[in-house]
Design a protein around this ligand. Structure first.
Ligand code: ZN
Ligand code: FE
Length: 252
C-alpha cells in the first residue's frame, strides 16, 4: 500500500525532480535538487515543507541547488560522499527510514562513480538518477561498461512492478535508438508509439515500471537472443553485448 505522495516536476531543459511527501508526518524529500528555484516552486505548488534531500550523484544538474535549499529549509541531506552539504553519507546497501518508510540504497556506478539509487520496497518505487532511464541508461562518464552492466543488473533484480523514477526526459531519442537494436520487438514498437503521443502532448514518459523496461529497454536486454543475433554477438557475454549497445548509442 502506497503511503507516500509523489510530485514530479521538470527543470532545466530535460531534468525531472520529484518531491516525496508523507501526509501523516508532513515530511517531504526532494530527490536531487539541480535548481533550487524549481524545487521551491514545486514545494509551494503542493504546500509542502522540505525536510530531506536525497542526492543521487555529484553532477550540477542534480545538486546545484543543494546548499541554497539546505540553508533555506534546514533540511537533512542524504547522499554519496564527496558532495558538499551531505549530512548522512550512504553507500551500497545502506538502510534508513524516511517518514517511517524504509529506504534502501543501491550503489550503481557507471555514469559517475558515486551514483546512489534510492529504493523504497514498501512503496515499490526506485529513484534511479542517471543510471536507468525510460528506454535508456546513463552515459559512461566515469565508469566502464562492465561497471554499468553490474549496476543495471542490481536494478533488474528488483520486483518487476517497481515504479522507476529517472532524472531525464530523453525517451523519444531513446526509443528511436532502441528500435535500431531491437526492431522486431512488438512491445517496443507499441511503446514507441505511445511515447510519441505522450511527447506530442508534452506529457512525461517518467516514471515507468521495471517490467516495461525489462521488456523494451535494450540496455537491460543483453541476454535477448534476437538482439544478440541482430548485433552478431550470439556467443558474447552479457557484458560485451551491453558494451556494444552502449557504444552504438554514443554514436547514434
Ligand atoms: Zn548526471
Ligand atoms: Fe543528469
Amino acid at each position: 500500500m502506497a503511503n507516500l505522495q509523489y510530485h514530479q516536476y521538470p527543470y532545466m531543459s530535460d531534468n525531472y525532480g520529484v518531491l516525496v511527501h508523507c501526509p501523516q508526518s508532513g515530511d517531504t524529500a526532494s530527490i536531487d535538487c539541480g535548481d533550487a528555484a524549481a524545487t521551491n516552486s514545486a514545494l509551494q505548488t503542493k504546500g509542502w515543507n522540505l525536510t530531506h534531500i536525497f542526492a543521487t550523484h555529484h553532477h550540477a544538474d542534480h545538486v546545484a541547488g543543494l546548499t541554497t535549499l539546505k540553508a533555506e529549509h534546514n533540511c537533512k541531506v542524504i547522499g554519496p560522499a564527496g558532495i558538499n552539504g551531505v549530512d548522512q553519507q550512504v553507500s551500497d546497501n545502506d538502510q534508513f527510514t524516511f517518514a517511517g518508510i524504509e529506504v534502501h540504497t543501491l550503489h550503481t556506478p557507471g555514469h559517475t562513480k558515486d551514483m546512489i539509487n534510492y529504493y523504497l520496497p514498501a512503496e515499490k518505487t526506485v529513484f534511479t538518477g542517471d543510471t536507468l532511464f525510460t528506454l535508456g541508461c546513463g552515459r559512461l562518464f566515469e565508469g566502464d561498461a562492465k561497471m554499468m552492466w553490474h549496476s543495471l543488473s542490481k536494478l533488474m533484480r528488483l520486483p518487476p512492478d517497481t515504479i522507476v523514477y529517472s532524472s531525464h526526459e530523453y525517451t523519444e531519442a531513446n526509443a528511436a535508438f532502441a528500435l535500431t537494436i531491437d526492431p522486431h520487438n512488438g512491445a517496443l514498437l507499441q511503446r514507441a508509439e505511445k511515447i510519441k503521443t505522450l511527447r506530442a502532448n508534452n506529457e512525461p514518459t517518467v516514471p515507468s515500471t521495471l517490467a516495461e523496461e525489462l521488456a523494451t529497454n535494450p540496455f537491460l536486454r543483453a541476454q535477448d537472443p534476437a538482439i544478440r543475433q541482430h548485433l552478431g554477438l550470439a556467443d558474447a557475454t552479457d557484458e560485451e553485448v551491453f558494451a556494444e549497445i552502449r557504444q552504438r548509442k554514443d554514436n547514434f
